[in-house]
Design a protein around this ligand. Structure first.
Ligand SMILES: [Fe+2]
Ligand SMILES: [Fe+2]
Length: 272
């Protein structure tokens, strides 16, 4: 028995391509996933009309649907009162009342999410992502209640994998995040934010730690592209196998691009 999870990210209404956004609805309806996850950045600047457009789009995606905020879902500096006193008011009104939802993945496993976006902090770069100790504790407790043979999927907007300049944009503090993922025996992490597809093992198989699988999805329909076209991941989960298929926008439609497969062994995940 397998479970098919459609992983969309970063639609960015306010800076989205309407034709691609509509095609994303059609392909999702055609693929009939067991669960659709959209990993944050629904709006561009947290404006009301952007959230309304996102709400209309989400209503057409297959259900069940699971969402959590990205850094662009916090109101901009022109909405200071909201930014500091109710940063996720519009997310809750238009996208979902729950900021950190969880879901059962058939009989294969379960997913727990966290809101890694913060409206303020001791830094000037407000696009950065954080996972607090209370959030890690809540997710650990969620996973601890699962039977041993169930897959554990953790989802947030900010990525765990990047290199060079991108290392700054990873969720932090990375030592704590990494230790939580290891302790909780997480099998798969879902993230977005970079607008680039990445499917890989984390940490790398050369390390002493147990490797897990990462799915960092590209932007589904934003016009703010970072060197690669719009796209998404279609993930097939089995208790001991994960397959991630990248679909890319190609001229006038989404097409399957490549597939990566991973296998579970006693000491963690490896490339299949
Ligand atoms: Fe984004
Ligand atoms: Fe982002």
């Amino acid at each position: 028995m397998s479970f098919r999870l459609l992983h969309y990210s970063d639609p960015h209404f306010g800076a989205s391509d309407e034709r691609v956004a509509n095609a994303a609805i059609l392909i999702a309806q055609h693929l009939e996933p067991d669960l659709t996850v959209v990993s944050g950045d629904f709006s561009m600047r947290g404006r009301k009309w952007e959230f309304e457009a996102a709400q209309t789009w989400l209503a057409k995606l297959p259900k069940p649907l699971l969402t959590f905020p990205g850094n662009h879902d916090v109101p901009g500096l022109n909405q200071l009162a909201d930014r500091f006193f109710s940063p996720f008011r519009r997310f809750r009104k238009y996208i979902s009342e729950v900021e950190e939802p969880s879901a059962k993945l058939g009989n294969v496993g379960a997913l727990c999410s966290a809101n890694s976006s913060t409206p303020f902090g001791l830094h000037l770069d407000w696009s950065r992502g954080f996972l607090g100790p209370m959030q890690a504790h809540a997710a650990s407790t969620f996973f601890a209640d699962l039977p041993e043979d169930q897959l554990r999927v953790f989802a947030m907007h900010h990525p765990v994998l990047g290199s060079g300049q991108k290392a700054r944009a990873l969720v932090s503090p990375m030592p704590m995040v990494s230790s939580f993922l290891q302790r909780s025996r997480v099998d798969l992490v879902l993230a977005g934010h970079f607008h680039q597809s990445k499917t890989a093992l984390f940490p790398s198989p050369n390390s002493d730690s147990r490797s897990l699988v990462v799915s960092q999805a590209p932007s589904i329909c934003s016009t703010r592209l970072k060197g690669e076209p719009n796209g998404f991941h279609l993930i097939t989960l089995e208790k001991d196998a994960i397959e991630i298929e990248l679909w890319r926008w190609d001229l006038d439609r989404f097409k399957p691009s490549y597939t990566r497969s991973f296998q579970l062994h006693e000491n963690g995940w490896t490339n299949a």
